[in-house]
Design a binder for this molecule. Structure first.
Ligand SMILES: CC(=O)SCCNC(=O)CCNC(=O)[C@H](O)C(C)(C)COP(=O)(O)OP(=O)(O)OC[C@H]1O[C@@H](n2cnc3c(N)ncnc32)[C@H](O)[C@@H]1OP(=O)(O)O
Ligand SMILES: CC(C)C(=O)C(=O)O
Length: 563
């Protein structure tokens, strides 16, 4: 397409006007406690689904939200559809609403819809009735074709109708909520005028406040401008003490969480959002992200998000939407490091950690175990991985603590397998590679037994090797059994010098084994060998033989025939 024909033309758009606010205080504030949360999964989330939830699915998701700890849940728009109406009736009639949970329902500011909404709520112990009308310039002029006074009249009429219906049902404890929909596109003086007018009708008190919910129905600006709008709005409320200021941000620019966080800094008390940010277009504010952001700063989010997999399962079943593998905090891959330097840093930090330390691990903002994830997800191996990561996996899976020279040798072997396979290498594959390279079994060359005699100034070791040609006996003096055995291998034509050695116990108690690691030079070439046995001496002899076994079998075979 020629540039002149392109529709990709930024001059068709204009910048969102910044607020002329010179006395902003919110940038100096910090968030020190969780806001009041309201889940709107069953309403805003539901209205954005290709197939809205069935009553059964709504029941399942409602139960999950209750279990997580939400105390306010917007359960639907009962005047809009039969499933929403039936669901509200069901949770009331079947006593599914816990004492400490308040349901909320949405309605437009229209008489028949308000009447039907109250019908749905009959017999409810406590409910928030949420009425809204749109106030932005574009909505006023192009959708409603009314001036400011006309839009104000819709809001006032809605508020009056809600109050009148509520008065008919005094057995229910009513909470009123008003949203100037499209708040972000509304001139702030008009938003404040409408909300003050609604409050004047509802006559709230600090003991019985109303909820004023300020939606970024469409996210139109950077979050700092939203925070300015919230701070300005709150400063211009006639009766701030009698209002719970709530925000309801959408994610059109990808900043819904940031906008809600800055709004809290700017004075908002309450946040509406959904699990994983499901909602219209790019979605609502993601409550999981915002709550986990708080959690990771040492603030109790007042929601229990420990069962991440269960939350994902139910969410996915109810919405038919997937959770992105890189979704903040809960994605399948968000605690996984594939790259070598990240793995190395994670392993070093984890090894230095004491149980009660404040969490401070490079690349891991929280302990994945807090949300039910385990170490296997933390480090996964592919061709970008390094020695630290591979050693971590082997340590976790097999309990082996490899010395540095063996880490380097194993990493090279794993990397070459990963490159050949162009794929991830599992923990089992790493163990196979490790055994193949450093514990090669040779049925024609095994230790059949050994005898050790301690003498002054050294040890005498006699080792019986089972070979394809029969039993070969190696007998030598040395500083210790390893040195004696290593030098005895000369008998088989193998010139083996031990360059380095380490060992550790594997497990504990009577079933403990020893793991021995030998770094050897054989005929000028370097080899690593590993031996594992209940007998610590045998483990080290096996390690030497494993290193020797890596020289050409042909050469060893010839040597044995000659011995
Ligand atoms: C940003 C949000 O998420 S707001 C919530 C949006 N959610 C939904 O709309 C989901 C459920 N909605 C529905 O099922 C339907 O829209 C219903 C049942 C509520 C209403 O249906 P209908 O009246 O048939 O259709 P529709 O929604 O197109 O009606 C729009 C009319 O209501 C008016 N209207 C829209 N919103 C409001 C409001 N909040 N308050 C008062 N009037 C409103 C419009 O101006 C329009 O008036 P007009 O008929 O004179 O042109
Ligand atoms: C009804 C309001 C709160 C809404 O959903 C929105 O503006 O996004």
């Amino acid at each position: 397409m020629k540039p002149s024909q392109s529709r990709f033309d930024h001059t068709r758009y204009q910048p969102f006007p910044a607020m002329k606010k010179t006395d902003r205080r919110w940038p100096d504030n910090t968030i020190e406690k969780a806001p009041l949360w309201c889940s709107v999964d069953l309403r805003d989330g539901n209205q954005a689904l290709i197939e809205p939830m069935t009553v059964e699915q709504k029941c399942q998701l409602f139960q999950l939200l209750v279990n997580i700890g939400f105390k306010e849940i917007e359960v639907g728009f009962p005047a809009a559809s039969t499933p929403d109406f039936d669901f509200v009736r069901k949770i009331i009639d079947d006593g599914m609403i816990p004492e400490d949970v308040t349901i909320q329902v949405l309605t437009q500011a229209r008489e028949h819809l308000i009447a039907r909404t109250f019908e749905a709520l009959q017999g409810c112990r406590r409910a928030v009735v949420h009425v809204y009308n749109s106030t932005s310039k574009v909505q006023r002029e192009q959708v409603f074709q009314r001036d400011r006074a006309g839009i104000l009249a819709i809001a006032e009429e809605g508020a009056r109708l809600v109050a009148a219906e509520a008065a008919k049902h005094p057995d229910t404890e009513w909470v009123f909520q008003y949203s100037p929909e499209s708040f972000t596109g509304t001139e702030m003086d008009f938003a404040a005028e409408v909300c003050n007018a609604v409050m004047a009708i509802w006559q709230p008190t600090p003991e019985k406040p109303v909820i004023l919910n300020l939606p970024a129905t469409v996210e139109m600006s950077t979050p700092n401008i939203f925070a300015d709008q919230i701070e300005w709005f709150i400063e211009h409320l006639d009766n701030r003490e009698s209002a719970i200021c709530s925000v309801h941000t959408h994610n059109d620019r990808g900043c819904a969480v940031a906008a809600a966080e800055l709004a809290i800094m700017a004075g908002a008390d309450r946040v509406e959002g959904t699990l994983f940010g499901n909602g219209e277009r790019t979605g609502n504010m993601d409550i999981i992200t915002m709550a986990m952001n708080l959690y990771s700063q040492g603030i109790d989010p007042q929601l229990d998000l420990s069962c991440s997999d269960e939350i994902i399962r139910i969410y996915t079943e109810c919405t038919s939407l997937p959770v992105h593998p890189r979704h903040p905090w809960f994605g399948e891959l968000v605690y996984t490091a594939f790259s070598g330097s990240h793995q190395d840093a994670i392993r070093k930090c984890l090894n230095q950690r004491e149980e009660d330390d404040i969490w401070d691990v490079a690349y891991l903002p929280i302990d994945p175990a807090d949300i039910g994830r385990d170490y296997q997800e933390v480090i996964r191996i592919n061709s970008q991985s390094g020695k630290g990561g591979v050693a971590f996996v082997l340590e976790q899976e097999q309990g082996l603590q490899l010395p540095r020279w063996l880490q380097i040798a194993l990493s090279a072997a794993v990397q070459s397998e990963a490159e050949n396979a162009s794929a991830e290498i599992s923990a089992n594959q790493i163990w196979d590679i490790f055994q193949k390279h450093f514990m090669p079994s040779n049925p024609n060359l095994q230790i059949g037994g050994y005898r050790l005699e301690r003498k002054d100034g050294g040890e005498f070791v006699k080792v019986e090797l089972i070979t394809e040609k029969g039993t070969v006996t190696i007998a030598r003096n040395g500083q210790g059994p390893m040195e004696a055995f290593a030098s005895g291998l000369e008998q088989l034509g193998v010139q083996l010098d031990i360059l380095d050695y380490s060992e550790h116990a594997l497990g504990n108690g009577s079933n403990a084994k020893a793991a021995s690691y030998v770094h050897a030079s054989i005929d000028g070439q370097r080899f690593c060998g590993v031996g594992i046995d209940k007998d610590i001496v045998l483990a080290s002899l096996k390690a030497i033989l494993a290193a020797a076994n890596q020289t050409t079998k042909h050469q060893m075979g010839n040597a044995i025939s000659a011995a």
